[in-house]
Ligand binder design. Structure first.
Ligand code: IVH
Length: 658
């Protein structure tokens, strides 16, 4: 895409803008500035190798925005500033695809692929055919039209012939270029097909956020991607961290005065050309083979390693490489004859919904859990599936006794895809959500904006146990050996009532416990001892403050010197901390206003748990209090993740301690 010389020049230009430019006053300069920002986006979102620090990017972007404000006549539709969405989309317009968005024929084994290869050879009369094999992305199909080097339209697949115009949402996907020098290949207009995806990591992070906000998590990355494309608030789309792979050119118009570009005569060549223009394609994963046996081998290899992919793939797509030959083979009304999907073994199975159990979490959330007839899917037996909340039961139209379809996709926890109401016999029973806590009997409460019913009894036994389990868990204090089962056992024996009791365990009495040897005791003692010096953010996360997930806990820890600081931090000061909004700030303050919290922290301190921030602090000097700063952040993996949620923020220093 960019030669080394070009990259060096752009970096040099960028540094000059950052160091010397307070404003830009020529058309040439603003064009260079746009090119630099496009380059920065490409390094980050397409090439996955960012070059600029957040603060540098922010400074360049601001310079461009300020310049465009001063000279609105210089704003172009492909300017990086034009990704920013304003307002809500009323309704998605229906638009016609230039070419129908066909689906692919499926194959399931080597014999199917050999059959298809035979047919291709028969139809074309050729003895050998070159095939490309690439991943079949499990996301949402998208169609893009570029005209005169500018992204004109993005649309969903819809009913194959027509889809929804989602141009504004498409522009929120940073790996999709707003403009590309297609004219370099004499292309006047092009329709490109691809798949919008969420990496497994982005999906996990997004779900963690939803759970922290008491919202229902999304079932799988595929649903998350297709749902995201139809969100009416485009700025919300931007926050999802969507990605797009472009894998097929469905229509191409070349300048009639100029020759057809040879690069676009093969599928492989087309993808290579698209990559060179800044598009993200399957190129790095593609394999070109001369025989169907090699194709089959590649499909098997990818199937065996599918879990290693950063995103979900549900099969492979095999395409005839020569575009002219593709035209000879043609298509049916449903699918092209020149391509076929090889579907990986299903990760689905059918089962029966036997009953619903209700689990009470550490924040009192009452989660319905479906107990199902055990079903064996891809090496794992599943007998229990979380349904998250009452709405999911309604959405999936579930009844006790229903036949259900269960899916287990990669890292994603198993979920119920659907029920089959048509198979009901009349013996099924309605699911009645409880009105009282199944553990302590207290009434349940659900704020209107939330999906989760909650037990309001702070000392509910289930909550107490879950709080201890959470505190000891791997991502919190990481007390190895003190897992779910042991905590329950210790609680049952009345040796542990709350978090602080972890540090007062009567090890002498524990000795007599069934299945409990000297070795496990020593290990547990050591793990508990080790936890006393865990960094502050782990304690903050372990305390289970509502809405405070790992990322917020880290930001919170960075901004204080001792946990006791939080007893006196105002809501406004809390809101100045990265990731902390009104709701989170109120929750933190509420937590630290409880007498129980004070008592717990005193007990932890007495037990020798370090409550101080022992990690290097970002706080600079007392004299800087109240001033606003650019905090410079370098590219750690975490910074990379943060970046997709918004660029570096200005921070006001609100507290200072030596
Ligand atoms: S090529 C003319 N390549 O799978 C057909 N499709 O049922 C052009 N898909 O609708 C499609 N990965 O949404 C193609 N590498 C890939 C793909 C892919 C996923 C989707 C696409 C299509 C569906 C097939």
């Amino acid at each position: 895409m960019y030669s080394t010389a070009q990259q060096n020049q752009l970096i040099k230009d960028a540094k000059a803008f950052i160091q010397h430019s307070t404003s830009v006053d020529s058309l040439t300069a603003i064009n260079i500035l746009k090119e630099i920002i496009n380059f920065a986006d490409w390094t980050y979102y397409v090439n996955d190798n960012p070059i600029f620090a957040d603060a540098e990017y922010d400074a360049l972007f601001k310079l461009l925005k300020d310049t465009e404000q001063k000279y609105p006549e210089w704003i172009t539709i492909d300017s990086p500033t034009q990704r920013i969405a304003k307002g809500l989309t009323e309704d998605f317009k229906t638009v016609s695809h230039l070419v129908p968005m066909l689906s692919l024929e499926n194959s399931y084994d080597a014999a199917d692929l050999q059959d298809w290869d035979r047919k291709c050879k028969e139809l074309s009369g050729l003895p050998t055919i070159e095939y490309c094999v690439e991943p079949k992305y499990d996301g949402a199909g998208i169609s893009l039209i570029y005209e005169k080097d500018i992204l004109e339209r993005g649309s969903t697949r819809g009913d194959i012939v027509q889809g929804d115009d989602i141009t504004t949402n498409t522009k929120q996907i940073r790996s999709i270029p707003l403009g590309a020098k297609l004219s370099r290949f004499n292309i006047q207009q092009i329709e490109i097909r691809g798949e919008v995806m969420l990496t497994k990591k982005a999906f996990r992070q997004y779900n963690e956020k939803l759970i922290a906000e008491n919202l229902s998590p999304l079932a799988n990355p595929r649903n998350a991607a297709s749902g995201s494309l139809r969100i009416k608030n485009a700025s919300e789309v931007a926050k999802r961290g969507l990605d797009a792979f472009l894998y097929h050119i469905s229509n191409i118009s070349i300048d009639p005065q100029k020759p057809f570009p040879t690069e676009f005569q093969t599928h492989f060549g087309s993808l290579k050309a698209l990559e060179s223009l800044g598009f993200k394609t399957p190129l790095s994963t593609i394999r070109v083979h001369a025989t169907i046996e090699e194709v089959i081998q590649t499909c098997m290899e990818y199937e065996a390693n599918r879990d290693q992919m950063p995103y979900e793939i549900d099969g492979m797509v095999i395409k005839v490489n020569d575009i002219a030959l593709q035209d000879v083979l043609g298509q049916t009304s449903h699918h092209p004859r020149w391509a076929i999907a090889y579907k990986f073994k299903a990760r689905q199975g059918s089962s029966k919904l036997l009953q619903i159990e209700y689990q009470v979490g550490r924040t009192g959330s009452v989660t319905p859990v479906a107990k199902i007839e055990p079903v064996y899917i891809d090496g794992v037996t599943i007998s229990s599936i979380s349904l998250f909340n009452e709405e999911v039961i309604r959405e999936k139209n579930l009844k006790i006794g229903d036949t259900i379809l269960v899916e287990r996709a990669g890292d994603v926890i198993p979920y119920i895809v659907k029920s089959f109401p048509e198979l009901r016999t009349g013996a099924e029973n309605e699911i009645v959500f409880p009105t009282k806590c199944p553990v302590c009997g207290e009434g349940l409460y659900k704020p209107e904006s939330e999906a989760v019913w909650r037990c309001t009894h702070i000392n509910c036994e289930a909550q107490r146990i879950e709080r201890i389990i959470h505190f000891a868990s791997k991502d919190a204090m990481d007390i190895r050996g003190l897992g779910d089962a042991l905590v329950r056992k210790l609680y049952e024996k009345k040796w542990i009532h709350g978090i602080a009791d972890i540090y007062k365990l009567p090890f002498e009495q524990l000795k007599g416990m069934e299945g409990w040897g000297e070795k496990s005791m020593t290990n547990l003692k050591e793990a508990i001892e080790k936890s006393k010096t865990q960094p502050l953010h782990r304690i903050l996360f372990g305390l289970g403050i509502r809405y405070v997930g790992e990322t917020t806990a880290k930001a919170l820890a960075r901004s204080i010197a001792h946990i006791n600081d939080l007893f006196s931090t105002s809501i406004d000061a809390l809101k100045n901390i990265e990731d902390v909004g009104e709701k989170v700030a109120v929750s933190i303050q509420e937590f630290f206003s409880h007498q129980d919290t004070k008592l717990l922290l005193e007990q932890l301190q007495d037990a020798g748990v370090c409550l101080q921030n022992t990690q290097k602090n970002e706080v600079v000097a007392g004299a800087l209090l109240g001033k606003t700063f650019f905090i410079y952040r370098y590219f750690t993996n975490e910074a990379k993740r943060c970046r997709s949620n918004g660029r570096t923020k200005r921070r006001k220093i609100t507290q200072w301690r030596q």
